[in-house]
Ligand binder design. Structure first.
Ligand SMILES: Cc1cc2nc3c(=O)[nH]c(=O)nc-3n(C[C@H](O)[C@H](O)[C@H](O)COP(=O)(O)OP(=O)(O)OC[C@H]3O[C@@H](n4cnc5c(N)ncnc54)[C@H](O)[C@@H]3O)c2cc1C
Length: 211
């Protein structure tokens, strides 16, 4: 790519570190927990997922042992966070939500502390590199790549993947794939006015109640 494109690429930043801790515990919660619970006010704990309620392999392990497979996420951690302390804190917060798991034995666990998620920050979205690059052989896809559709995270990674494949196919004279999205503007000017509260009284009467 050319120098301006390279400098836009170099300007991309990673989101702060995050931790993912998957625990295989020797017991399960007393009441059926939701498969996913977003939390606030629980220290660094941002969400709790019971993987055995989502994934067949974890489900059969839990069914066979009477245990559970739970995953704890913590986002936006400080650089150089004390991992042992963080794990202790996450366990303590899980016990606040599920006291019956406080003394559960950890049969197995997997711990990840990473710093490799693209940051969609307050920088100018327009400066972010898009799918097409100055080099016709190279296209970009991923969550960090600009996309004009209203998508984010996995959906943006997948959508830019389709768009990138379409660019390459079209350059070889091959049809691409349709990419569908939700409408990004109102369907009718009249209704758009009504939504903004600018519709005249007479027009409101014509449109009927609820307009
Ligand atoms: C803890 C957590 C929870 C999340 N939860 C959700 C959610 O609930 N819903 C949602 O939509 N999104 C969620 N996301 C975001 C989602 O995971 C990302 O948006 C998505 O994975 C981005 O896909 P990607 O292809 O851009 O990048 P990635 O999935 O990160 O894939 C990039 C790949 O490139 C590989 N790689 C990196 N460098 C090199 C190299 N030099 N050579 C070869 N390979 C390399 C990496 O190993 C990786 O496999 C979550 C992310 C995290 C971290």
């Amino acid at each position: 790519g050319d120098a301006p494109w390279r400098s836009r690429l170099a300007g991309l930043r990673s989101a702060p570190p995050f931790a993912v801790w998957r625990l295989w515990l020797d017991r399960r919660p007393t009441l059926d927990p939701p498969p996913f619970l977003g939390t606030t006010g629980y220290g660094p704990l941002d969400n709790v997922s019971f993987i055995d309620r989502m994934e067949p392999h974890a489900w059969s392990w839990a069914a066979g042992t009477g245990g559970c497979v739970v995953e704890l996420h913590a986002y936006a951690l400080p650089e150089g966070v004390d991992e042992a302390r963080l794990r202790h804190e996450l366990r303590a917060q899980l016990a606040r939500i599920h006291p019956e798991l406080a003394d559960a034995r950890v049969v197995h666990d997997e711990w990840l502390l990473r710093h490799d998620c693209p940051l969609a920050g307050t920088d100018s979205w327009g400066d972010r590199p898009g799918v097409v690059t100055p080099d016709p052989r190279v296209v970009l896809a991923g969550d960090g790549v600009r996309c004009e559709h209203p998508v984010a995270l996995m959906e943006r990674a997948a959508t830019t993947g389709w768009l990138a494949a379409n660019v390459l196919l079209q350059r070889r004279g091959l049809p691409g794939h349709d990419v569908w999205t939700v409408p990004v503007q109102g369907r009718g000017r009249r209704l758009a006015h009504a939504a903004r509260g600018r519709l005249t009284h007479a027009a409101r009467r014509r449109l009927g109640p609820g307009a």
